[in-house]
Design a protein around this ligand. Structure first.
Ligand SMILES: *Cc1c(COP(=O)(O)O)cnc(C)c1O
Length: 398
């Protein structure tokens, strides 16, 4: 970063590494030729590593929401009983899509700022409508509140209480940043999007469907054409997509996944964990109350309450003037929280510089903070999360 560049701290789109940006400027190629086929193959296998799956992953040219819609319309029929587990704005959206297409949706609305607890989910599942549950929609990482659901535990509960139900997971803002094992956890459809942890521009959604989900597609009656996953799978077998794909985004993804592979899965996860720990510690040290239940704090986005008496709009304008872009509250949290995104190409340095700017703006707005407190706390938490503090104390070297 230099002083003309923005420290884009929103939970997607995330900023692009230079090689990824350059890839987006490449000349077009024939999307029905061998070069594209090879790229589609590379990108798909790069994604599989992070999804933790042996499934065919379908790459759609659309926003993440298109991927969620694909999960619904390909597997369900009007009248199907769906439990829509929601812990925030994105959980609401997923359930809404099912409802719009005629599913019989029952909501499990969890208090915002909290994760869904296994007991809560069990009770909701046991209260099944006649005919039983056909599917459960659920969010992995709820971007509006900064909560990461314990998806593995929750999937175990669903498998036990409703063995026939398809588990449809919105993993748009978490996948690629944290350990995720679709196959081990028994998740039927998992969706992510190019502009979040994947360090590419918006425009592509990834949908990974289990054998159960592929089988369900043969009987599902919701209308679909553009998002018909069976058409995509057929084309993919020939190294193509059924419709013209977002080729420029695909160029970027190809490079971005290469960077992620070079860094290594575990290192990518460790970097996200360190940046998340740093953000939480820094904000707390500056007197901001973290919004989320910290037992389930997200590794990719942190939400903090706007303190009483702080003029958020003016405060945020001063932060923006210093080239740090934060996200405001979403939906009913508008004006009540602000959010810091720490996913994709994020580094500890960027979090520290973001904290520095928040400190400066805090002083400008008469908040009695100790200069350096946020930066120091963030640095300490980040380095501790990386295990460096402990290692040095033990006399060890990296
Ligand atoms: C970003 C996001 C989406 C998809 O958003 P689009 O704007 O449609 O790409 C879906 N779910 C979650 C949890 C997200 O963070």
């Amino acid at each position: 970063m230099n002083r003309f560049e923005t420290n884009l701290r929103i939970p997607g789109p995330t900023s692009l590494p230079s090689p990824v940006r350059e890839a987006g400027a490449r000349q077009m190629i024939n999307h029905r030729g061998p070069e594209f086929a090879a790229m589609l193959d590379r990108v798909t296998s790069g994604l599989k590593t992070f999804f933790g799956t042996g499934n065919d992953i379908v790459i759609l040219s659309c926003a993440g929401t298109g991927g969620l819609e694909a999960a619904i319309v390909n597997t369900l029929s009007p009248g199907d009983n769906v439990l829509g587990v929601s812990i925030g704005a994105f959980g609401d959206r997923f359930a809404k899509i099912a409802e719009v297409y005629g599913a019989n949706v029952t909501k499990l609305d969890v208090e915002w700022g909290r994760a869904c607890e296994p007991d809560q989910l069990r009770a909701a599942l046991q209260n099944a409508p006649a005919g039983g549950w056909r599917a459960v929609t659920i969010t992995h990482n709820e971007t509006s509140t900064g909560i990461m659901n314990p998806i593995r535990e929750l999937a175990t509960v669903i498998r036990h209480e409703a063995p026939e139900a398809l588990i449809l997971v919105d993993a748009v803002s978490g996948l690629g940043a944290v350990p995720f094992e679709q196959d081990d956890w028994g998740l039927d459809v998992v969706v992510s999007g190019s502009q979040k942890s994947w360090m590419a521009a918006p425009g592509m959604a990834f949908v990974s469907a289990s054998d159960r989900a592929w089988n369900a597609m043969a009987h599902a009656k919701m209308p679909r054409f553009y998002l018909d996953l069976r058409k995509h799978r057929e084309s993919a077998a020939a190294g193509q997509t059924p419709w013209t794909p977002a080729v420029a985004v695909m160029f970027q993804l190809d490079v971005a996944l290469g960077l992620m592979a070079q860094e290594g899965r575990e290192q990518v996860f460790a970097r996200h964990a360190a940046c998340a720990a740093a953000t939480r510690a820094g904000l707390a040290a500056l007197g901001f109350e973290l919004y989320a239940d910290q037992r389930h704090a997200s590794q990719t986005v942190t939400a903090a309450r706007v303190p009483d008496g702080l003029d958020w709009k003016a405060f945020n304008a001063d932060i923006k003037r210093r080239k740090v872009v934060l996200a405001g509250g979403q939906g009913k949290l508008s004006g009540q929280v602000f959010r810091v995104g720490h996913l994709g190409t994020v580094t500890l340095d960027e979090i520290l510089s973001c904290m520095g700017v928040i400190e400066e703006a805090s002083l400008l707005h008469g908040r009695a903070i100790t200069p350096g407190a946020g930066v120091a706390a963030a640095q300490r938490a980040g380095l501790e999360a990386l295990g460096l503090v402990e290692r040095a104390a033990a006399g060890g070297r990296a």
